[in-house]
Ligand binder design. Structure first.
Ligand code: TTP
Length: 376
């Protein structure tokens, strides 16, 4: 039998806000948010823990946030600063292992199974990482330590901020059985709602279902759910990040009232998209083109078509199709491509592209209307 792995999930506390407080200590103790301005329909990227007391959270409209906390200080994001801090944090990680899977600027999985520091104690390695980040970057970072990614990620949230939590192999059984199903990787609002209706609230409840029932209720996700409910997750820490899509989008200060006004925005988005694509040129193959639309009432639709290039005419057709789905003023317009790493591009995908007629884009459209309720 192989020894259990030792995975650490590191996640900075209110990352952008921490950097802003570090650089301007006067902000400490006051409710702050980093994000767009309420006057320009901005949203909150994150906020400090003082602001969270008012119910403010990421992705909330800044106007709503200001309404909940009139004293809220809203700071414009400074991505360059966050990127520099992120690199410094990454360098700290490198001191302990080279098996690092970055998830975002402030979050990563580390596989320290073979690390030799502290006699291989992952708990002490996590403590050392957190102390070193504090010393070198001057912000706090929380950590979860467990035998797999799914549990390590849950654990890093357990003692946030500035804390860590360990789930040893012998504690998995007890920890997972009490775990609410909504904490499971891949269980969103819809699945959680369905589980609630079925009387399933913890992993222990989920374990009572057999494979057949799980398949019946949750389709192909059933098998994965069964594994997660037992605390099993064999996904490796992947050091090469695979990008699945690339897109650009714009939220307009004034809604785009008509289809024509949306179409007029496409060349601008197209220029931004092709510019960003140039940077990853050579690594990926384009699989699909898509247009994302958020209407003024926050209903979103994504329209996509199989394609191996960025064709402006396709985007025009997609935009027309998407707009027709709502036929009302548009708040946000996005344009993007779905990608496949070149080395993973399978023969099947190539065949898919070859059989496309290519001259009737409408036929190829795969329309999806997602009714995503959002905070206003
Ligand atoms: P998170 O790690 O999700 O959150 P956080 O670090 O701000 O707070 P927590 O202590 O709860 O972990 O996100 C990391 C950064 O990514 C966050 O500081 C800002 C940015 N971000 C956005 O820009 N938009 C979003 O919707 C979210 C969730 C994060």
């Amino acid at each position: 039998m192989t020894a259990p792995r030792k995975i650490i999930h590191c996640d900075c506390d209110c990352f952008y806000a921490s950097i802003e407080m570090r650089d301007n200590p006067e902000l400490k103790g006051k409710p702050i948010a980093v994000g767009g301005s309420p006057e320009r329909r901005g949203v909150v990227a994150t906020c400090n823990y003082e602001a969270r007391e008012f119910g403010i959270h990421s992705a909330m409209a800044s106007a709503t946030a200001r309404h909940r906390c009139p004293d809220l200080i809203i700071i414009k994001p400074d991505m360059e600063k966050y990127r520099i801090a992120s690199q410094q944090i990454h360098q700290v990680f490198q001191n302990y292992t080279s098996l690092i899977e970055p998830l975002s600027l402030d979050e990563a999985f580390l596989d320290v199974s073979a690390s030799t520091q502290f006699q291989g104690s992952a708990t002490r390695i996590a403590e050392a990482i957190r102390a070193e980040v504090k010393e070198k970057v001057n912000i706090t970072i929380s950590a979860g330590i467990a035998p797999n990614k799914f549990l390590a990620k849950i654990a890093s949230d357990w003692n946030k901020p500035d804390g860590q939590f360990v789930i040893t192999p012998s504690q998995i059984e007890e920890f997972v059985s009490q775990l609410p199903v909504k904490k499971l990787h891949g269980v969103g609002k819809v699945t959680a709602g369905k589980m609630k209706r079925l009387g399933i609230s913890t992993c222990n409840d989920l374990r009572k279902l057999d494979s057949e029932q799980l398949r019946q209720y949750f389709g192909s996700f059933g098998e994965r759910l069964q594994q997660l409910s037992l605390g099993i997750d064999n996904r490796p820490v992947q050091t090469e990040r695979i990008r699945k899509s690339l897109s650009v989008e714009n939220t307009y200060v004034t809604d785009l009232p008509t289809l024509e006004s949306c179409l007029q925005e496409l060349p601008n988005l197209y220029q931004q998209l092709t510019h960003r694509l140039e940077k990853i040129d050579g690594e990926y193959q384009i699989k699909k083109q898509f247009i994302k639309i958020k209407f003024h009432d926050f209903v979103r639709t994504t329209v996509e078509t199989l394609s191996d290039c960025t064709d402006l005419e396709n985007y025009t057709t997609l935009c027309e199709q998407g707009f027709a789905r709502g036929d009302r003023p548009v708040r946000l317009l996005g344009m993007g491509v779905r990608l496949l790493p070149k080395k993973m591009a399978s023969d099947q995908d190539k065949r898919e592209l070859e059989v496309e007629p290519g001259n009737d884009a409408v036929e190829q459209l795969n329309l999806r209307l997602e009714q995503v309720p959002e905070e206003y």
